[in-house]
Design a protein around this ligand. Structure first.
Ligand SMILES: Cc1cc2nc3c(=O)[nH]c(=O)nc-3n(C[C@H](O)[C@H](O)[C@H](O)COP(=O)(O)OP(=O)(O)OC[C@H]3O[C@@H](n4cnc5c(N)ncnc54)[C@H](O)[C@@H]3O)c2cc1C
Length: 405
């Protein structure tokens, strides 16, 4: 069996490695010319993910053990742990290291190639690939994986509607600058994930400063306004204002990048079309609460790898005469991996980011942050934001659980 994985981000590259480990022939393709292109992800992760998903250690740029939040009125709150709680990765090194790992495992890695079309036939998928230098080739594969991220490039082309129900695809857009600062300034942001929440900073979203090695800082802004409503202010205006307010505007900007994060609340996306099957952001595994999806993308790759190895491998022969992939068990396995907590976090995210505009919402946030400051440790904040442990809110979470909100 030969499988084409379209998209070599965290989900696609990790999947290719997992399949190659089991002796499956894989071709991994990305339209990027280099891992450094469109280096969009802030890539903050909890420590546990490194082990859970075998994240290449060389991609770690810094460790953090502290949370810091600037509230809507500019006051600052901190929660510190005596041990590291997480890492900030260099996203381009993460991609590069996963590509190197894949090559070592025997995966054919084609960088600078875009998957243009996929035609599902009875016995195979016919694929057209275009290179960045203008070459086009036709190749046949038994299965094509759409790991093209939030663009859902292949599933979108081949499904009339990529979402199963009347759910909407919620979209956040982010922009981030990589800034080289001096030693003294770097110390201020060291070992800490810092967030800016409230209308003073940005409506319908949040800003952040994450530390990187060599005195570099990732400074970003993300907005998730209600569907069909435009951003209240542009991200580029908001990020410049944030950088000016933090007195970082005198430093050198090394890179500017940005992107979108898009998910359905309940991950009700179409998972397949013909011989195409989706993974990662392409099927809404990113969570909108913290705008994070690397570990979820890698987890979904693990779910798909075992589905392919366990089930599809056996069914491959039968499948040659049957156009649709039996995805029931894939959906079930995904539901187990991304359980009610994941969905609840997404529902709370929608409520929080959509509702964040005006003085009332600032006041609500102020009270929430004050409450967290009084009642919670740094470890508990991590459990809330990364493990989605909302139990401490007791009955207040019920309306979200039962979809009343
Ligand atoms: C501003 C911003 C900040 C973020 N910060 C964090 C964070 O702090 N922590 C975190 O965990 N997550 C964060 N995320 C989300 C995270 O980056 C994504 O969830 C994750 O990268 C998804 O992985 P993926 O492999 O599914 O998709 P992607 O990483 O998007 O990879 C998809 C790949 O497919 C390629 N591709 C697309 N179309 C084609 C085609 N037709 N043919 C070939 N290749 C194609 C693309 O070039 C791309 O490399 C952030 C996202 C944004 C936008």
């Amino acid at each position: 069996m030969t499988i084409l994985v379209a998209g070599a981000g965290p989900s696609g590259a990790h999947l290719a490695c997992l399949l190659a480990c089991k002796g499956i022939k894989v071709t991994l393709v990305d339209k990027l010319k280099s891992s450094k292109d469109n280096n969009f992800s802030s890539a903050a992760l909890p420590l546990k993910s490194l082990r859970d998903h075998s994240v290449p250690l060389q991609s770690i740029s810094s460790y953090w053990n502290k949370w810091q939040i600037y509230d809507p009125y500019g006051s600052n709150y901190q929660w510190t742990s005596s041990v590291p709680l997480g890492v900030v990765l260099d996203f381009s090194i993460l991609r590069e290291s996963l590509w190197e790992r894949a090559k070592k495992l025997g995966v054919e890695v084609l960088i600078g190639w875009e998957v243009m079309t996929v035609i599902s036939r009875n016995t195979h998928a016919q694929v057209v690939l275009n290179s960045s230098f203008g070459q086009a080739i036709n190749r046949n594969f038994q299965l094509v994986v759409d790991a093209t991220g939030q663009t859902r490039a292949l599933l979108k082309k081949h499904c009339k509607n990529t979402i199963n129900t009347n759910q909407k695809l919620l979209t956040g857009t982010g922009i981030e600058f990589l800034i080289k600062v001096d030693n003294k300034t770097s110390q201020k942001w060291k070992n800490c994930l810092t967030f800016f929440i409230g209308n003073k900073w940005i409506p319908h979203g949040y800003g952040w400063v994450f530390p990187m090695k060599d005195n570099n800082l990732k400074v970003g802004i993300c907005q998730l306004p209600p569907t069909n409503r435009k951003n209240v202010i542009t991200n580029s205006y908001a990020i410049k204002r944030l950088i000016r307010n933090l007195e970082l505007d005198k430093f050198n900007i090394l890179d500017k990048h940005g992107g979108a994060i898009r998910s359905t609340i309940d991950r009700s996306d179409m998972l397949t079309s013909g011989r195409i099957i989706g993974v990662g952001d392409a099927i809404s595994t990113a969570n909108l609460l913290g705008g994070e999806g690397i570990r979820h993308a890698m987890k979904s790759a693990e779910v798909l790898a075992s589905f392919i190895i366990k089930k599809y491998n056996f069914e491959c022969k039968a499948y040659t005469n049957n156009k649709s992939i039996d995805i029931k068990s894939y959906r079930k396995d995904l539901s187990k991996a991304f359980d009610w907590r994941w969905k609840l976090a997404n529902r709370i995210a929608k409520r929080t980011w959509w509702g964040l505009s005006g003085a009332d919402s600032d006041n609500r946030l102020f009270l929430l942050i004050k409450h967290l400051n009084k009642k919670m440790s740094a470890e508990e904040i991590s459990a809330l934001l990364f493990d989605y442990r909302f139990e401490r809110y007791g009955l207040r979470i019920l309306p979200y659980l039962f979809r009343w909100k």
